[in-house]
Design a protein around this ligand. Structure first.
Ligand code: FES
Length: 169
């Protein structure tokens, strides 16, 4: 008897127990804290990611591109005799050449003079840099005319079934 009257006496005019109110209050506080925490993490991520991308320097990008060791250029097996395909080897342009005799060769397509992108000219069977008239041999990548000081970096080419695989030498 006295127990129920004691409980009743602890309730307020609205019938709520002070003990229960403190639980609700703590739970609400915890919920609000969790929501604020989640939004804080999201806000920090939203602010820090662009900063990270900004600070991801060309040197770091080059380092990650240097980790690429093998590429299968899409549709490379369809490149006709005497034709070429430009593709990306990591972050660098590259050129794949299918020679008239059926052989393949591939090179880094960045000119060793001042870094323009070179192209294969099928009519002259040469690799040409339009910036300053640099000419490279299409089979070896060695410079043949103009200002390029050294050969283009050569890649290894393997043909397996219908796939052409270009890899670092
Ligand atoms: S950049 Fe290619 S010849 Fe100068």
């Amino acid at each position: 008897m006295s127990d129920s009257s004691d409980v009743r006496s602890k309730k307020d005019a609205g019938g709520r127990s002070p003990v229960n109110d403190s639980h609700v209050s703590v739970s609400r506080r915890a919920a609000v804290g969790s929501v604020v925490g989640v939004f804080s993490v999201g806000y920090v991520g939203a602010v820090s990611y662009p900063i990270y991308r900004y600070l991801n320097t060309p040197v770091e990008r080059a380092a990650s591109a240097a980790q690429v060791t093998e590429v299968s250029p899409p549709d490379a097996a369809k490149v006709k005799l005497g034709a070429s395909q430009t593709f990306m080897f990591g972050s660098r342009p590259a050129v794949l050449i299918h020679h008239e005799d059926g052989q393949w060769s591939a090179f880094d397509a960045v000119c060793t003079h001042l870094g323009c992108t070179v192209k294969y000219e099928s009519s002259k069977d040469r690799i040409y840099c339009a910036c300053h008239g640099g000419v490279y041999n299409a089979e070896t990548g060695e410079p043949e005319a103009g200002p390029p000081p050294r050969a283009l970096t050569r890649y290894k080419v393997e043909v397996k079934d219908d796939e052409v695989i270009v890899s670092r030498v």
